[in-house]
Design a protein around this ligand. Structure first.
Ligand code: HEM
Length: 447
């Protein structure tokens, strides 16, 4: 997904990759130079972004107020515009359900440009640390590597296998919700939406309890950087968090190699795979599954309690939680977009797309396409088309964790609605300023 944040904002200066030298003073000078280059590049991107948003570019509007809080008008602008729409950021954008679906399913559209670098800007054919601060394992790979690595873990996320986790998810969700109810006023993100997916993925991977808090902290900082970084300091913090997370996963994998258990890390340790590659794969499962699920829970509660009626109906019949999850994924997709590029000229909608051109599929806007959903801007628990969304993308990168995310969200929403039928927002909600994730950082509520 990070590979998708590839807005080609007017050819920014590239970062010079400097070789490491033994003299620490030299290192500090090099780091400083790198930071200055990085800061300049970010400033160019920010200034360009603001100007283009003000001039009406819908992609950049999604990063700025007031559209960050309410993207309805941007969705309409995108859906009514030409398909694909040529954004001034240099990327093409499709927003209709049909074209987004075609783009993610079409095997001629890939996640890497021809030189193997990052979409929208490569550093000499390598991953660009600004556009892609984190190695996203097979999410950022094309076949055949994608196929090989996805197969290694695919069997762990089938609906049947995930069903076996239901008792664990119920236990964890009920404990968190009971604790929250006792406090009466709480931040939904900190109290339930964040700790639940972290605890579930830690359990699935086999991260021991004593590391759970660090695991959550790293997941949070790395997840926050998925959509790109905003400063040199943020990139350093992210690098540090990634380093610590990889260190823990590396230690655990080494231990499981000698002393296996029945968890996913033991399964990975038993494969004859490259160690760094295996660590990246394990980290992907944390990163792809944590902020996204947390985001879904926050968005679902906010949308339903704001509209009131859907929450009251869910409280009266918590068995509707699965419908609430699908309608929320349609109404407020956690991941706004993904990106692809062709290696040959491919026609898409009204245009021929040249090789290496970045095309964004606006998954969030597609959920509001009136050609598929009547009254798309209304949250409707009974909507017959609620399941026809692209929140989990499609094609070969279709979200591996979709059954797990659905299970967690269903169980948590049912528990919340059952115990807190009059749940409502209080003041102080904070939205994340990210183009990639549409989420709340804080969502204060009262039971
Ligand atoms: C509501 C929660 C979630 C949402 C909205 C979501 C969304 C997505 C999307 C949109 C993609 C595809 C991106 C693309 O096409 O480029 C994706 C891929 C992926 N997701 Fe999820 N995800 C969620 C939860 C999870 C969970 C819980 C896990 C695992 C624990 C997970 C693991 C993955 C993995 C491994 C991929 C890469 C698949 C591939 O490249 O083949 N996700 N997710």
């Amino acid at each position: 997904m990070a590979s998708t944040l590839a807005l080609n904002v007017r050819k920014p200066p590239t970062i010079t990759r400097l070789p490491r030298r033994p003299d620490p003073r030299q290192d500090r000078v090099m780091d400083l130079r790198r930071d200055v280059a990085l800061g300049a590049r970010l400033a160019v991107m920010r200034a360009g972004g603001l100007a283009m948003a003000a001039a009406g570019d819908p992609v950049l509007r999604l990063l700025h107020r007031p559209w960050i809080d309410d993207p309805t008008s941007v969705h309409r602008q995108l859906l009514q515009g030409p398909q694909p729409y040529a954004s001034r950021t240099g990327v093409l954008v499709v927003a209709t359900h049909a074209l987004c679906r075609d783009l993610v399913r079409d095997r001629r559209f890939l996640v890497r440009p021809r030189d193997g670098g990052s979409l929208g800007g490569s550093v000499a054919g390598a991953r660009d640390p600004l556009l892609e601060p984190v190695d996203l394992s097979f999410l950022g790979m094309d076949p055949p590597e994608h196929t090989r690595l996805r197969r290694l873990v695919g069997g762990w996320f089938t609906p049947a296998r995930v069903e076996a986790y239901e008792p664990l998810v119920v236990r964890l969700a009920e404990r968190l919700v009971d604790d929250a109810v006792r406090r009466e006023r709480f931040d939904l993100v900190a109290a339930v939406a964040t700790p639940l997916p972290v605890a579930v993925i830690a359990e699935l991977l086999g991260v021991p309890d004593e590391h759970a808090a660090s695991f959550a902290r790293w997941g949070r900082s790395v997840g926050a950087g998925l959509g790109g970084v905003r400063s040199a300091r943020a990139l350093h913090r992210l690098d540090a968090a990634v380093g610590e997370l990889r260190g823990l996963l590396g230690d655990l994998l080494a231990r499981r190699r000698h002393d296996p258990s029945d968890d996913l890390l033991s399964h990975l340790a038993a494969q004859d795979a490259d160690v760094e590659e295996t660590i990246s794969l394990a980290a992907l499962l944390l990163l792809a599954g944590f902020e996204t699920t947390s985001t879904l829970l926050g968005n679902a509660v906010a949308a339903m309690t704001d509209a009131r009626e859907p929450w009251a109906r869910l409280a009266a019949d918590p068995a509707r939680a699965a419908d609430a999850v699908e309608e929320s994924l349609r109404f407020d997709a956690p991941i706004r977009f993904t990106a692809r590029t062709p290696h040959e000229t491919v026609s898409l909608g009204e245009r021929d797309v040249a090789p290496d051109t970045v095309v964004l599929a606006m998954l969030g806007a597609a959920g509001h396409d009136p050609a598929v959903h009547a009254d798309p801007d209304v949250f409707d628990l009974d909507r017959p088309t609620r399941g026809e969304h692209l929140a989990f993308s499609g094609g070969i990168h279709y979200c591996l964790g979709a059954p797990l995310a659905r299970l967690e969200a269903r169980v948590a929403l049912a528990a919340l609605a059952e115990r807190m039928p009059t749940l409502h927002r209080t003041r102080g909600a904070v939205r994340r300023r990210s183009l990639l994730l549409r989420s709340y950082l804080r969502l204060p509520v009262a039971a």
